[in-house]
Design a protein around this ligand. Structure first.
Ligand SMILES: Nc1nc2c(ncn2[C@@H]2O[C@H](COP(=O)(O)OP(=O)(O)O)[C@@H](O)[C@H]2O)c(=O)[nH]1
Ligand SMILES: [Mg+2]
Length: 324
């Protein structure tokens, strides 16, 4: 494990309070990081120096699969052991209603447990599924704030999920029986990424055939055995809290595997690599959109002027390069 760096300059009141666990200060810092403000990037820098200890878990699966419900089960179990848990939910539809849905679920349970739990819901803002630079930056920040477990919920969407894979230690793919989704998911490649295939709502009769088809996919080598870990299939009911302790045991075993194979720090470096990559992509995208906007006249008039399509692209590309 990386050694937790000593706090160098704690003169920043907000950071100091956040490190002491003050929720409002944490929220303010996260908003700054999420919007990449100058302060936000400073906080991220400071927190990144202190990061490198948290165990990170990604949960992906189609909307309605039960990811949020499962997260509240995991929170409950981990909080019993006095662990500090950070949750990031990336919600493409309505971040606030889902956030409060989550809050309501948890509020129903033992309140003392919640002192160690911080849930952040972020909008995907046009990002097509998977995970965004902001989400991974918040993971890094949570790690720096001393959370023991960080759970990220993302909407499964095939290829973009590869971003979340490289940013977390364990990845759980949540599937439900009888939805027909799984066949699509298998084809789209989402079934290749899991360290765990978690069959939720598994009291349904179709659960068995889903189990068998995933088992077949794993054993026939159709799925990826990430760093040599044979993916596990676990049947649960997130709502009825069935199979949760088995899942937690599985994750604990995987954590052991990750640490024994020197993957713990490797994945933290991969996460930082991902932050750099996705952040730069976002910045470049912004410049690109601006360039296109500013060159709208060239685009709309190229046919009239008799300029070729390729020349038009090249001209705009030259203008784009000047702005980068
Ligand atoms: N019957 C049943 N319903 C479940 C189970 N887990 C979750 N649900 C329900 O499925 C719906 C979607 O759950 P949610 O956690 O919001 O899914 P998400 O979109 O993947 O986060 C909710 O109405 C849950 O109560 C389960 O194990 N069995
Ligand atoms: Mg959800």
């Amino acid at each position: 494990m990386l050694k937790r760096k000593e706090v160098l300059k704690l003169n920043h009141e907000l950071l100091k309070k956040a490190l002491e666990g003050d929720e409002l200060s944490i929220s303010k810092i996260f908003t700054n990081i999420e919007y990449s403000t100058k302060d936000g990037m400073e906080y991220l820098k400071e927190l990144s120096l202190r990061a490198g200890n948290a165990y990170t878990i990604g949960i992906t699966g189609s909307p309605g699969a039960g990811k949020s419900t499962l997260i509240s089960d995991l929170i409950e179990e981990y909080a019993k052991n006095d662990l500090k848990i950070g949750v990031i939910m990336i919600d493409p539809s309505s971040p606030f209603s889902k956030g409060s849905f989550m809050g309501n679920r948890i509020r129903m349970q033992d309140k003392t447990m919640l002192k160690n739990v911080f849930i952040r819901s972020i909008a995907s803002r046009g990002f097509l599924g998977g995970v965004s630079a902001e989400a991974i930056m918040l993971m890094e920040a949570m790690d720096g704030l001393g959370f023991d477990k960080i759970i990220v919920e993302t909407v499964g969407s095939g290829q973009t999920d590869t971003d979340i894979v490289s940013a977390v230690h364990s990845i759980l793919v949540l599937v439900i029986p009888g939805s027909g989704d799984e066949i699509q998911a298998l084809k789209a490649g989402i079934m290749e990424i899991g360290d765990f295939y978690v069959i939720n709502k598994s009291d349904k009769i179709e659960a068995e055939s889903l189990y068998n088809s995933i088992k077949f996919a794993i054993e026939s080598g159709e799925t990826n055995w990430r760093d040599g870990w044979k993916p596990s299939i676990i049947k649960i009911s997130a709502l009825k809290k069935y199979g949760i302790s088995e899942l937690i045991q599985g994750i604990t075993q995987h954590e052991k595997f990750v640490k024994e194979h020197d993957l713990f720090i490797k994945r933290i470096y991969q996460r930082r690599h991902k932050i750099i990559e996705l952040y730069l992509k976002k910045k470049i995208d912004e410049v690109l959109l601006n360039t296109i906007r500013e060159n709208e006249d060239i685009i709309s008039e190229y046919e009239k002027k008799g300029t070729g399509l390729t020349e038009t692209i090249e001209e705009i590309y030259e203008n784009f390069k000047k702005k980068i």
